[in-house]
Structure formats: structure tokens, C-alpha cells
Design a protein around this ligand. Structure first.
Ligand SMILES: [Zn+2]
Length: 434
């Protein structure tokens, strides 16, 4: 790196992690100190207890190639992190205000297998209790983008990612997606595609579905988006579905995860129902493949989204038994294993009554989706099978990354992560307890 600051004098040796008290539900949170774009990255760790409801963001990202690292400062100790993490910190850092964030690689002492086990056991809580999860897909230079995008006149290189602005998106219209690429860049075009899908129009209403419309560039951008490594990881499932909110950050733009989820759901619903004819007749096969891949990869997250099912159950219960009525006891029954049977009955009843649709609430799935009867994955075995193709750097994590998503343990207690066990040992444990 060419720009080094004199202020960050290097302390000898690695940062000395202090022991955490698992009984007190202690975790470390990282304070990312403010700085200008080219300043070195400086951070500090603080020990807090989950019992005290600390305020922090959480990061979801791909560690990346361990051989390609960049230095950051942790309490003035130099630490090598992968370039993908360094890029994330640089992008997310504010110019004046520090941000507090939980990042596994820095907040867990990676040298201590006992601590790793107990912190991984706490990860469900850590992601559930964060204010917001920042999903870092990468910077546009790191993957998939060629050099032509460097130094693009509209490239926003030296600043934090811009929030998605639907008004601005609306003003740009949807008539010519390829113009968006030259105007706003590839990431913006990909997000724009997702945004339009989130509005839930019929397939034939989209301009890109019409023959002869130029949209190869925008579809290429969407393809680049779904080919990013982040989507292939095992950990990202819980990191996305457990937090109260998540935001997708890709280089210089960010957009709510709810927009992605709504896009996939709407698309699937239209294709699987009335829009099947326009879908079949859509002429561009490559575009169709890209859309199917997008909807497939995003809707995988819905299969384990317990909060979403909880919300739907609440919405149905609310419609059937308005607050204050005798429905109180019925509502409390609507959890756990009897859920799908209840839903089956409730759905028929709900359909007879007023529709639950609440238009105008963008990105909120207030509509009763077609897959409501599909039970969410609840056992470890189901999750392991469903996400068998996802990868994790440590093979033990193919099991541990999914444990917080399990709602139905065979023995009634959750599997306890133990990084001292062999890989074989972890799988034996998993198969016994699931
Ligand atoms: Zn339709």
C-alpha cells in the first residue's frame, strides 16, 4: 500500500486476546475507527455481554483467498486479513463516526479452539441480536469485473456505499436497462433488475421480456451478482435470516435484503401461476436461466426463515382471531411441530375471509404466498441435506454453520460445537444428535 500514515505505530506481536466468560455470554465487538478512504484501517475490540443488549452491526462475508492479505491495525497491532475483509472495512468505514460491528475472524480468537466452540454456539444469538446485518458481497474490483470498470466516470470509488434509493431508481425508469450500465455502472443495473422484480409485476409487463429489447448488459450484471462467492457459503444462511434486518452491500451500492427476497418470491409466484405462458414464450433462453438462478438462490433462504413463518402465522391468526377475541390461546398453539397442520386448516379459513393483501407496503410479504404449506426446514438432517453443496473453509463448519437454524433437535438439546473434535467426530456427533 502506498499511503501509510505515521499515526499508526506498530505494536510488536499479535493482539493479545483476553479470555471470554461464556457463562456471562460475553462476546467481543469491533469498533471500526473513522478515517478517510486512503487511511490505514484501525479497529479496537471491546468485551460486552449479550445479556446487556449491546448495539452492534454484524457482518456476513466470504473470507476469501487466505494468501491474498492486507494489513489492518487492531489496537495498533498489525494483523493480516484477507483483501475481501479489508475492502469491506474500508468501504463500510465512516469518515467521522466509528461503527461497532461483529466480525467472526476478528471478534473470535482464532487460536483458541475452546473459545471458538463457545462463540460459534453463541452465533445464533449474536446474529439475532444485532441491529442489522451487513451482507458484504465484495468490491467490484475483487471478482467478476474486468478492468473496463476501473476508472469508470460514474464509479464511486472513494466513499461508503450509497443506500438504495427507490425514488431515484424510479426516475431512471425501466425502459432501457442497458443504458443504466453506461449511466450508473454495472452494480446499479443489477440492483435495478432486482428492484423491478421486487415490485411483483406480471412477466409480460417487464420490458426485458419483450423480444428485441436490449438488456444483455443488465442480465450480465445480474449473472455476475449471483455468481459471487458469498452465495455458496454455508454460514450466510443464518447470517441473513436471523438478524432483524439485512442490507446487501456490493461495492459502492447497498440495498435491503428484503428487496432481494421479495424479488425472488414474486418472480416464483408469477412463474408458477398465471404467468407461466409468458414465461414459456420468453425468447431469450440465457435471460431465463439467469432469472431462474437468481430466484432459486435467493429463495433458498426462505426455506429456513423462521421469522417469516412466524410473521405469516401471526398475520393469519390476526385475520382469523382479531386481537382481544378468544383467539389468544389458539395463537399460542401456532408454534413448533404442529405448525403445518394448523396452517393447513387456517389457510382454508383465511382464504374464505378478507384477503391479507396490504398493497403499498413495498418489500413486505403481506400476501399469502403459494408456498405457505411448505414447512420450514427444522431438523439438522434436513438442513444438512438441503445445503449439502454449500462450502465452508473448515469442514466442521458444514455442520456448525447450520446448527442455529435447527428448531427440532432429536434429543431435545442442541449440538455443542467443539473444534477439538476431528471432522469425522463432528459428523458422528451431528448424526447422533440430529
Ligand atoms: Zn403474473
Amino acid at each position: 500500500m502506498s499511503c501509510t500514515e505515521s499515526g499508526s505505530s506498530d505494536q510488536a506481536g499479535p493482539y493479545p486476546y483476553q479470555v471470554l466468560d461464556a457463562e456471562q455470554r460475553q462476546i467481543r465487538v469491533l469498533t471500526l475507527l473513522p478515517g478517510n478512504w486512503h487511511d490505514p484501517i484501525s479497529c479496537e475490540l471491546e468485551v460486552v455481554s449479550l445479556n446487556d443488549d449491546p448495539a452492534y452491526f454484524a457482518l456476513s462475508y466470504v473470507w476469501g483467498d487466505p494468501k491474498v492479505t492486507l494489513p489492518i491495525f487492531l489496537h495498533k497491532h498489525t494483523l493480516q486479513v484477507t483483501s475481501n475483509l479489508e475492502n469491506a472495512l474500508r468501504r463500510l468505514r465512516g469518515p467521522t463516526k466509528p461503527i461497532v460491528i461483529w466480525i467472526d475472524a476478528l471478534c473470535i480468537n482464532q487460536e483458541d479452539d475452546v473459545e471458538k466452540g463457545s462463540q460459534v454456539a453463541a452465533m445464533g444469538d449474536i446474529y439475532e441480536k444485532c441491529m442489522l446485518c451487513l451482507i458484504w458481497l465484495g468490491d467490484r474490483f475483487s471478482q467478476g469485473f474486468d478492468d473496463t470498470f476501473r476508472g469508470h466516470p460514474c464509479a464511486i470509488d472513494d466513499m461508503p456505499p450509497l443506500p438504495w434509493n427507490s425514488d431515484k431508481a424510479m426516475n431512471h425508469g425501466e425502459s432501457n436497462f442497458d443504458e443504466l450500465i453506461t449511466g450508473m455502472g454495472e452494480i446499479w443495473a443489477a440492483f435495478m433488475m432486482v428492484y423491478t422484480l421486487s415490485k411483483g409485476k406480471h412477466i409480460y409487463e417487464y420490458s426485458w421480456a419483450s423480444p428485441g429489447v436490449e438488456a444483455d448488459g443488465a442480465f450480465g450484471a445480474l449473472r455476475t451478482l449471483i455468481m459471487l462467492r458469498w452465495w455458496s457459503r454455508a454460514w450466510v444462511i443464518q447470517e441473513t435470516v436471523l438478524p432483524p434486518q439485512a442490507v446487501v452491500v456490493w461495492g459502492s451500492f447497498q440495498a435491503p435484503w428484503a428487496m432481494f427476497a421479495a424479488a425472488a418470491r414474486n418472480f416464483n409466484q408469477h412463474v408458477n401461476s398465471g404467468c407461466i405462458t409468458s414465461w414459456v414464450h420468453m425468447s431469450n433462453g440465457l435471460h431465463k436461466t439467469i432469472l431462474s438462478l437468481f430466484a432459486g438462490v435467493v429463495s433458498e433462504f426462505d426455506r429456513v426463515d423462521r421469522k417469516r413463518h412466524g410473521r405469516l402465522v401471526k398475520a393469519i391468526a390476526e385475520a382469523l382471531f382479531p386481537t382481544g377475541s378468544a383467539g389468544e390461546t389458539s395463537r399460542t398453539d401456532l408454534t413448533g411441530s404442529g405448525l403445518s397442520a394448523h396452517l393447513n386448516e387456517l389457510r382454508l379459513e383465511a382464504l374464505r375471509r378478507a384477503p391479507l393483501t396490504q398493497k403499498g407496503l413495498l418489500w413486505e410479504d403481506q400476501e399469502l404466498p403459494a408456498d405457505i404449506l411448505e414447512r420450514p426446514l427444522s431438523t439438522l438432517t434436513e438442513l444438512l441435506w438441503a445445503f449439502r453443496n454449500r462450502d465452508a473453509t473448515n469442514p466442521r463448519d458444514k455442520v456448525y454453520a447450520l446448527r442455529s437454524l435447527v428448531s427440532d433437535w432429536h434429543n431435545g438439546h442442541a449440538l455443542i460445537p467443539d473444534y477439538r473434535l476431528s471432522v469425522r467426530g463432528v459428523w458422528t456427533q451431528a448424526l447422533q444428535e440430529s
